[in-house]
Ligand binder design. Structure first.
Ligand code: CTP
Length: 426
């Protein structure tokens, strides 16, 4: 779930392209995240998908006509224009070349363009068109104008287009637009201006080109943390070993495979990092010799000799001790099966961390490959807190809230946002 969208007002503009059908899924995702979604469709969009589809999904009226009015305390108002003034985000998906051009020119010749022109908050466009239209200097110029005004874009992607040709111009997938919408709405949040680096996934240490020493980590916890950090306005970097889940959008991904590569990537980030969270299951050992060729079986017993990998958090912790402050906060995880508390405290002290999140990976509802986690927090200074069983998303959000508190940003006032609370909810 994305609590960042809960209770938010989103204006969803749909312009006329076949990609309009994908916005049905987008409207559904936004509505399920408890956002109030008001849909405006151009007349051509309504030829591709019936307005009633969006009406049923958002459970709110859909506007297509400039001259539609809405009753408010005995008065008639041009409803959707007024609603747009209260929107926290204006998304246009798909945004055709024509719609992009009209926005860049400041035209106001239909309901969508009137509403967009009278709106002052954050705007996200998901372009969809043929490759030649997208790469045309006129469109490129219009996109630049809008970007200069602070409009965000998601996509377009490369792929199969309506014409049957393959090229750039395919609308971003609804999930990608959804993720980007969370990011844009989260901008200016309590972690604004901070860079949060998170490690995730289980590293793979090669034995030969087709085999590796690995572990059961899926990267769910790390991905959830990255999403939560992004939604609080942080510039978020996910240094990740192979993941079994989709990483969140709107963040920087640094893919790696081995512990050594993860170490190098984290060290490169370190001087720019405000908060470092080690959620990866980093292999402690790797094969001493990894073969360049696939090893063949033989009747003899095989022994793989292992050597230590670098301990990333330990190194960050000792650098902080020796040479100055480094990141403002360094957080580690302790995945344990026994002597839970003693092991967690040993990691907190031994790695010079600010906080350790202990989880009992032998419990069936906690740890690897499940959606839930039961964690206990151990903080530098002695504070410890056992949290109830929660989804990994909830654990991630609670950890990031703790980061907000520890960095003294609890009373942070959002600098963006366009909400006016004097408008009705339907
Ligand atoms: N970690 C790391 N580099 C390593 C090993 C672990 O940065 N080479 C980080 C993990 O991301 C985690 C914390 O250190 O945040 C603890 O990892 P864990 O695997 O629980 O413990 P280890 O330190 O590896 O110790 P042990 O395996 O002996 O329990």
């Amino acid at each position: 779930m994305a609590p960042i969208l809960s209770g938010k007002r989103i204006m969803l503009g749909i312009s006329g392209g076949i990609a309009a059908y994908k916005s049905v899924t987008l409207a559904s995702r936004l509505t399920q995240a408890n956002a109030m979604v008001d849909v405006i469709m151009t007349h051509s969009a309504a030829k591709f998908v019936a307005p009633v589809t969006f009406q049923a999904i958002t459970q709110r009226s859909v506007a297509t006509d400039t001259f539609e009015f809405w009753h408010d305390a005995g008065r008639l108002r041009i409803g959707h224009v007024a609603l747009a003034h209260a929107a926290d985000l204006f998304v246009i998906a798909p945004a055709t070349a024509h719609t992009i051009a009209r926005l860049a020119l400041g035209l106001s010749d239909d309901l969508l363009s009137i509403t967009a022109l009278s709106y002052k908050g954050p705007m996200l466009l998901a372009p969809a068109m043929e490759t030649n239209m997208w790469t045309h200097p006129a469109t490129m110029r219009n996109v630049e104008i809008l970007q200069d005004w602070g409009v965000d874009f998601v996509g377009p992607a490369e792929g199969r287009l309506a014409s049957g040709e393959v090229g750039e111009g395919r609308v971003a997938e609804p999930e990608e637009i959804f993720e980007e919408a969370c990011k844009v709405i989260g901008r200016g949040g309590p972690l604004d201006g901070l860079r949060v680096v998170i490690t995730a996934g289980g590293t793979r240490e090669p034995i030969d080109p087709v085999r590796f020493v690995g572990n059961h980590s899926t990267g769910k916890m790390g991905a959830a943390l990255a999403r939560a950090a992004r939604d609080l306005g942080a510039e978020t970097v996910l240094v990740h070993a192979p993941l079994a889940v989709h990483p969140p959008g709107g963040i920087t991904l640094v893919p790696v495979h081995t512990a050594q590569q993860m170490h190098t990537a984290v060290m490169e980030e370190l001087s720019k990092t405000d908060v470092l969270i080690g959620a990866a299951a980093v292999a402690d050992y790797r094969p001493t010799d990894s073969s360049d060729y696939k090893l063949k079986k033989s009747p003899q017993q095989q022994v793989i000799s292992l050597e230590r990998t670098p301990d990333i958090l330990h190194e960050v912790g000792s650098q902080r001790e020796k040479s100055g402050p480094g990141p403002k906060l360094v957080i580690g995880f302790a995945a344990e099966t026994n002597d839970l508390e003693a092991n967690a405290v040993a990691k907190l002290k031994g790695k010079n961390l600010d906080l350790v999140v202990l989880n009992d990976v032998s419990a069936p509802d906690s740890g690897f490959a499940v959606d839930t986690n039961r964690v206990t927090l151990f903080e530098r200074g002695g504070n410890r807190e056992a949290w109830p069983l929660m989804s990994k998303d909830e654990v991630a959000q609670a950890i990031m809230q703790r980061v907000v508190v520890r960095l003294g940003r609890l009373d942070w006032k959002r600098s963006m946002g366009n909400s006016q609370d004097n408008l009705p909810t339907d």
